[in-house]
Structure formats: structure tokens, C-alpha cells
Design a protein around this ligand. Structure first.
Ligand code: NAD
Length: 468
């Protein structure tokens, strides 16, 4: 079985111990993840710190060329990366699966390469000149989750290096191998030490977020862990970008056409098997079209093939890991016990692997765990409402504030209600679409700061104000 290595200062570094990484479709070992020690982490931070001296002084053109070259390298290796991603993450190769994710990684890298943060002149007159300069922070610690590991790694690494920082990335122990391979590829085009990867158990993430040599943490994961990362940042007042959990509400207005919106609702909720931060996780449907929407969604769901990600006919794969599988099962069982009507799915598939079919649960409401908690899996509660003002309040009565959506045949009316939702992104007749030029981030307990575009780039810099 292939043993992977840490990548530190441009070189492969072996460790004393390794852990198996398993395919969630079969349980087979995909490869062995190196278990970094605190000394390995110190080594990586020291390498990133040493590399910062040169990289932070490199020209804009050099950094831009570096990012462009990364995009080309990922593109050249895209099929290999996609297969490795499918093996360790479970998602299908086709559809909205691994090839789509690698395509996203390339698109975001290309877009970010072209961005820049020129000097801003605030004042230039007889009283003087005021300029804002953007400077890199230093070593950026990046921690990523297991749902979209390669794309999220690029969301962290590329803006960091584009602005002159260096990086130590620590992927999820559940999906570390595609990130190791990505960093290997990046090291073929960037100077040694600019991007380093350490892998291991959660404790190595805690050590990275508390490391005195790290100037900024960029973290994507659960709200619970994000709070720990924030607490660890106190000692050195690290800069933070936290992209955390969501419990996005979608609101279907009475004038929506159920047949027309079913496909968008379905993929808004079930992209990546629902294991997506900004997936539609609570669907509120007006009483007058409630049964019609339930029916249209059930019909669409019946066409979806769930299977091994390597099988090109699969539209969805397994749940990624046992803990998440158990959580989804528990929430669905609880919803059923509380009177939820299972429209489709509702029990694990009878086969090896963490397979759970698409599950639609009608007749549940706020106060049931499947509605109140982030399920992060293939289960959607469909909730009835009759009063729009009241449903907006219910949608907002959740500590999460990542995304939301309004569905209607009248876009102006939809925009009116969309503005009332407390969330960082809001979509009309769509849910979860993101793009590299549009800032993305959570409000309330879904995070701090934004990613993507110029606003996302700024998060990897500090301001120096020059007055002359
Ligand atoms: P998680 O919080 O369990 O783990 C995320 C990462 O944190 C992993 O790399 C893990 O090893 C590391 N970690 C664990 N304990 C740590 C600690 N004490 N200190 C530092 N790092 C630690 O999350 P997950 O289960 O991998 O991912 C699912 C969650 O991520 C969901 O809540 C989802 O909504 C969220 N998510 C958010 C976004 C977003 O952009 N807002 C994107 C993707 C996922």
C-alpha cells in the first residue's frame, strides 16, 4: 500500500508512524497517511517562515505566474487527482463529483492568479497624500475538512501565496491523500517552503492553530472546531478566516412552479450527498403547494443512482465516514419517531460501505433535530408554512447564517424576502451556486470573514497606511 509523505521545504519527509486511509464505498485501504509529530510541525512552520523572506519580496508578476503555473499543473494531473479524491472521499468521478471538484480548483486558481491589490490612494492634495498598502502576513496555517478537500485546499493556498504569504496546510485525517498530492504538484512550480503539508490526527490541527510562528489561520470546518481555532489564536492575536457550519433555509413562495424548481431544489440540497457547507438543509414550503413540491422532489429523487464513486453511472456516492453516517441515521430515525413522513429513503442501503439513500422527510417542523441541527448528509426536512413573515423569522431563528434561498416565479418578490434572511449568501431560484469573483462567507455562527474575489484576497493581508 502506498505510503504518502509530508512535504516540508520542498522535500518528502517520512514519519515514524502512519494511519490507514479507507475508501468509504468499500472499506479498502487507499493509502497510508503520515502521522506528523509536533517536531514535524515545527519543521514545517520554520520552513514556511524561512521561505516567507524571499516569497514576500517576490514581484507581483512572479506570484501571478506561480499561481497560473499551479492551475496548469493541476489541469495536467486532473484525472489522477480526481481518482484519488473519489477513492478517499467517496464522491462519484462524474456529475457534480471529483472531476467537477478538480475543475473548480483549477477555475478558482486561475481567477485568483489574475487578481491584484494595487495601492489605494485615499487623498492626494495640498494637505498631503494618504495611501493604503497591502502587505502579506507571514505564515498562514490552513485547516480543511473532508467534504471538498482539494477545492477548499486551493481556496486557502492560492490567495495566501498570491499575496506573498507562505503556507502550512493540514487536511482532514479522513481525506489527506489528495491534498498531499496537490501540494506535491504545487511544489513542482513554487520555491521550496512556500507551501508545506502536514497530516495527522486532530491534535496536529490544534497545534497548528496555536503555533507561535503562524500569523493567520484560515479554517474551514465545523462551528465547534472553529471556536477552538479562534480560542487558540488569542496568544498571538492571529488573523482569522473561519468558514464554518451552516443550516441553510430555502423558502418556497406560493407562486413557485413545483415541477420547474424540483431539480434546483434537489441539487441545492443533495450536492455531494448533502455534505456541503452551503447546501439547502431546511426546506420551507407554502401550504398551498406543499404536497406538489413533495411529489416533484420525490419524483426527481427516484432517478438518482447511488453507488460506488468509481462507477461512472453513480450520481451520488456513500456518506464519507462512519461518524457522519451514524449522525444522519440518528437524525432521520428521530424525525420519523417525531411524526416525520418518509417520502423516500429512510434506511441505510443493504451493502458494505456507508451508503444511505437520498431521504426526504415531510411533516416535520422546527424543534425536531433534523431541522434544528446541521445534518450534513443526504436527508432533507420539508417544512410546511402558511405565513411568509413568520417563516422568515423561523428561518432566521438559528445560530447558523451561511446561506439561504427564496423560490418564486416573481424575482422581485423573491428579492424582497431574500434581503430579510440573515445569511452571508442568498440565492433566488437556486441554492449554493458559488463563483470565484463573488465573496462567500457566513454571518452569525457560520464564520468570520469571506473567501473569493478581491475581498477574499484582502483577508490574507494587513494594511499599512502611508501618510506623506
Ligand atoms: P471538523 O471541524 O470536524 O474538522 C475540520 C478540520 O479541523 C479537520 O482538518 C480536523 O482534523 C481539524 N480539527 C479537528 N479538531 C481540531 C482542533 N481542536 N483544532 C484545530 N483543528 C482541528 O469538520 P469536518 O467534519 O471535517 O467538516 C464538516 C463541517 O465543515 C460542516 O459543519 C460544514 O458545514 C463545514 N464546512 C464549512 C464550509 C464553509 O465554507 N463555511 C465549507 C465546508 C465545510
Amino acid at each position: 500500500m502506498k505510503q504518502y509523505s509530508l512535504i516540508i521545504d520542498g522535500a518528502r519527509v517520512d514519519t515514524a508512524a502512519y494511519a490507514d486511509v479507507r475508501n468509504p464505498s468499500t472499506g479498502a485501504v487507499v493509502g497510508e497517511m503520515p502521522l506528523a509529530t509536533p517536531a514535524d510541525l515545527d519543521h514545517a512552520v520554520a520552513a514556511a517562515s524561512a521561505a516567507f523572506k524571499g516569497w514576500s519580496r517576490s514581484s507581483e508578476e512572479e506570484r501571478q505566474a506561480g499561481c497560473r503555473a499551479i492551475a496548469e499543473k493541476i489541469s495536467d494531473n486532473s484525472e489522477e487527482l480526481a481518482r484519488l479524491l473519489t477513492l478517499e472521499q467517496g464522491k462519484p468521478l462524474g456529475g457534480l463529483g471529483s472531476r467537477f471538484e478538480i475543475g473548480g480548483a483549477i477555475a478558482w486558481t486561475r481567477h485568483t492568479a489574475e487578481l491584484s491589490l494595487p495601492i489605494e490612494v485615499l487623498q492626494d492634495n495640498d494637505q498631503g497624500r494618504v495611501e493604503i498598502h497591502r502587505k502579506p502576513i507571514g505564515v498562514v496555517g490552513a485547516i480543511t475538512p473532508w467534504n471538498w478537500p482539494v477545492m477548499i485546499a486551493c481556496w486557502h493556498i492560492i490567495p495566501a501565496v498570491r499575496t506573498g504569504n507562505t503556507v502550512v496546510i493540514k487536511p482532514s485525517p479522513l481525506t489527506p491523500l489528495s491534498t498531499i498530492r496537490l501540494v506535491e504538484i504545487i511544489n513542482e512550480v513554487l520555491p521550496a517552503g512556500v507551501v508545506n503539508v502536514v497530516t495527522g490526527e486532530n491534535s496536529i490541527g490544534a497545534a497548528l492553530s496555536g503555533h507561535l510562528g503562524v500569523g493567520k489561520m484560515t479554517f474551514t470546518g465545523s462551528t465547534e472546531t472553529g471556536k477552538k481555532v479562534m480560542a487558540s489564536a488569542v496568544a498571538t492575536l492571529k488573523r482569522l478566516t473561519l468558514e464554518l457550519g451552516g443550516n441553510d433555509a430555502g423558502i418556497v413562495l406560493p407562486d413557485a412552479d413545483p415541477a420547474q424548481i424540483a431539480e434546483g431544489l434537489f441539487w441545492g440540497a443533495f450536492i455531494n450527498n448533502g455534505q456541503t457547507c452551503a447546501a439547502l438543509k431546511r426546506l420551507y414550503v407554502h401550504d398551498s403547494i406543499y404536497e406538489a413540491v413533495c411529489e416533484a422532489l420525490s419524483e426527481y429523487a427516484a432517478r438518482i443512482i447511488v453507488g460506488d464513486g468509481l462507477d461512472e453511472t453513480s450520481a451520488l456516492g456513500p456518506i464519507q465516514n462512519e461518524a457522519q453516517f451514524n449522525k444522519v441515521r440518528e437524525l432521520i430515525d428521530d424525525a420519523r419517531a417525531k411524526g416525520g413522513r418518509i417520502l423516500t429513503g429512510g434506511a441505510p442501503l443493504d451493502r458494505p460501505g456507508y451508503f444511505y439513500p437520498v431521504t426526504l422527510v415531510a411533516d416535520v417542523t422546527d424543534g425536531v433535530r433534523l431541522v434544528d441541527e446541521e445534518q450534513f448528509g443526504p436527508a432533507l426536512p420539508i417544512i410546511r408554512y402558511s405565513d411568509i413573515g413568520e417563516v422568515i423569522a423561523r428561518a432566521n431563528a438559528n445560530p447558523a447564517g451561511l446561506g439561504g434561498s427564496v423560490w418564486s416565479s416573481d424575482p422581485q418578490k423573491a428579492r424582497h424576502y431574500a434581503r430579510q434572511l440573515e445569511c452571508g449568501s442568498v440565492w433566488i431560484n437556486n441554492h449554493g451556486a458559488i463563483q470565484p469573483n463573488a465573496p462567500f462567507g457566513g454571518v452569525k455562527q457560520s464564520g468570520i470573514g469571506v473567501e473569493f474575489g478581491v475581498d477574499g484576497l484582502k483577508e490574507f493581508t494587513t494594511i499599512q497606511t502611508m501618510l506623506s
